[in-house]
Design a protein around this ligand. Structure first.
Ligand code: FDA
Length: 507
């Protein structure tokens, strides 16, 4: 049995055999399930039918990572690298072939250097741990990554990573300046020794593809000590369609200091008991005080009817919690990896380059009124700003100039319910959106992983087949990613359902 052989191999390579029991979990270990489930964010992949790893390695040091790589190769176990476990399709802890999980949860150091405005952060740290590390030293530095504080650095940076500083500063990956990576041969490389092609690929070209990224050096960005946020809700009875229609013309052209997004959900109607309506929550982060924000929004977006009462001033770190929907008592909550409710969900994404007409928005609203949409949302994130300035081939993430907004859709349900009708609801919404979203390719955000858009085979996958999903995530950068992959991992040791494949060897 391959897991027994793996264990023997791991033991043999360990100088101190007593630590092995602290890092290896087999299916019969008492804490196997709790270690496996600890960071699973989508309960869709916690059913008895979900394929489980034969081994989980919670590496404590580099030699454990190296032994995992060596022994899994020797004994034919596929590796799934896991940092924060937020993969929408569970690819960091589910596989179709015999596999193990290399869990980086102990690689979570965060070192912030305020003077030089840089930090080193290990892959198993969460965004919250990074933000807390920065905020506990200064209020005027920040990092342009996601809003959900439990997200892992490893997967997030590997797929781009965006948050509420997107319009001012771009993506998380845009601010990575060095990295520590273990390649398929077990070598530990930094930016210089890996070379610029590989360093380009790991900043957005997807995780579990080019190697194990252990740590990242990042450039921090400046923010004012006081920022302002607001949320203004509008529903069907309050002209939401007209206001949303206007937002599409405004959001991408606002000053870079102003980020806005809109979340569409179904809510109870305040008028009649039992009646539902659709609500759009218009949110914003402004890098400055309310006194400047209010006249700006009243001038550019009068339809929103923003008032002083809607605005709250706070620190940047607090604004992350505000957007994440976490009540802000204290920043310490950023260190809590289980602070957010876990959903059972399916999600998809789009990029929109032309405003959707009012009739089109009306169609979205009617889909949200359907029964299956009780726990569902559509998030529209205003683009423009810095994103318009970065060339499409600067990093693997290609969705830059020309996008009005990124759209994403999520449907959730109660675990155990028949998921078919919910998944079919989101697929219907997605096909409805085909007329309004980007075309040829219909672009998608890698970090919002969606296996519906195409997958690799278990064995060999041709360039043409992988292009079906690859061009949607990476557009023309897909070609260069395949070239880098062919160079650094020609046997596809690090592979999954949506990892960039190598070209076949010519001999
Ligand atoms: P996970 O550990 O599941 O890894 C994801 C992928 O990367 C897997 O394929 C894994 O094998 C690989 N991988 C992980 N660590 C690696 C490493 N060290 N080296 C190489 N490969 C590695 N996104 C966003 O841009 N902005 C946002 O605000 C949010 N918000 C958000 C909220 C919630 C609740 C969820 C569930 C997800 C998001 N996301 C997001 C999406 C998120 O960026 C995406 O799921 C990331 O891949 C998650 O990274 P983790 O390390 O947590 O995932």
């Amino acid at each position: 049995d391959s897991h027994g052989e793996f264990l023997d191999c791991f033991h043999l390579r360990s100088a101190n055999s007593s630590t092995v029991s602290k890092v290896i979990y087999l299916q019969n270990s008492p804490s196997y399930s709790s270690v496996l489930n600890a960071s699973i964010q989508n309960s869709r992949f916690t059913t008895p039918a979900t394929p489980k790893p034969l081994v989980i390695v919670t590496a404590l040091q580099l030699s454990h990572v190296q032994s995992t790589l060596y022994c899994s190769r020797k004994h034919g176990l596929q590796i799934r690298i896991r940092s924060g476990g937020h993969d929408f399709e569970g690819l960091s802890y589910v596989s179709r072939v015999p596999f193990l999980i290399l869990d980086l949860l102990h690689f979570r150091a965060v070192e912030v250097d305020v003077k030089n405005e840089v930090a080193w952060v290990e892959s198993g740290a969460t965004l919250g741990e990074l933000y807390y590390g920065i905020a506990s030293k200064t209020k005027t530095l920040a990092f342009p990554a996601g809003v959900c504080h439990t997200v892992g650095i490893g997967g997030h940076f590997s797929g781009g990573g965006y948050g509420i500083l997107l319009r001012k500063y771009g993506l998380a990956a845009d601010h990575v300046i060095d990295a520590q990576l273990m390649d398929a041969r077990g070598r530990i490389l930094d930016r210089k020794s890996m070379g610029e092609d590989l360093f380009w690929a790991i900043r957005g070209g997807g995780g579990n593809t080019f190697g194990i990224v252990l740590a990242w050096k990042i450039k921090l960005v400046q923010v004012p000590a006081v920022v302002t946020v607001y949320t203004v809700n509008k529903n069907l009875e309050q002209n939401v369609v007209k206001i949303l229609h206007r937002w599409q013309y405004i959001a991408h052209q606002l000053p870079d200091d102003l980020f806005t997004d809109v979340t569409i959900t179904k809510v109870n109607s305040s008028g009649q008991v039992g009646k539902k309506t659709v609500q759009a929550a218009f949110k914003a982060l402004y890098l400055g005080g309310a006194d400047k924000l209010i006249p700006l929004v009243q001038d550019r977006f009068p339809e929103l009817e923003l008032t002083k009462q809607d605005c709250l001033e706070m620190s940047w770190a607090e604004s992350v919690l505000y957007f994440g929907g976490v009540p802000t008592q204290s920043l310490e909550i950023m260190l809590n990896r289980t602070a957010l409710p876990r959903l059972t969900f399916k999600a998809k994404s789009d990029y929109v380059k032309q405003p959707i007409p009012e009739s089109g928005l009306q169609g979205i609203m009617s889909r949200f009124l359907e029964k299956e949409a009780d726990v569902s949302l559509m998030l529209m994130v205003g683009f423009g700003g810095k994103m318009d300035e970065i060339p499409e081939n600067e990093l693997p993430y290609p969705h830059r100039a020309g996008n009005l907004f990124q759209a994403s859709y999520l449907v959730g349900w109660t675990k155990g319910e028949d998921e078919g009708k919910y998944i079919s609801w989101i697929r219907r919404l997605y096909s409805y959106m085909a007329s309004y979203a980007s075309k040829l390719p219909r672009e998608a955000y890698f970090n919002y992983r969606d296996l519906d858009i195409g997958t690799n085979n278990v064995g060999y996958t041709s360039y043409e087949q992988a292009s079906v999903w690859g061009l949607k995530y990476f557009k023309n950068n897909f070609k260069r990613l395949v070239q880098v992959k062919t160079m650094v991992d020609p046997t596809n040791f690090f592979g999954n359902e949506q990892s960039v494949p190598p070209l076949p060897s010519p001999w």
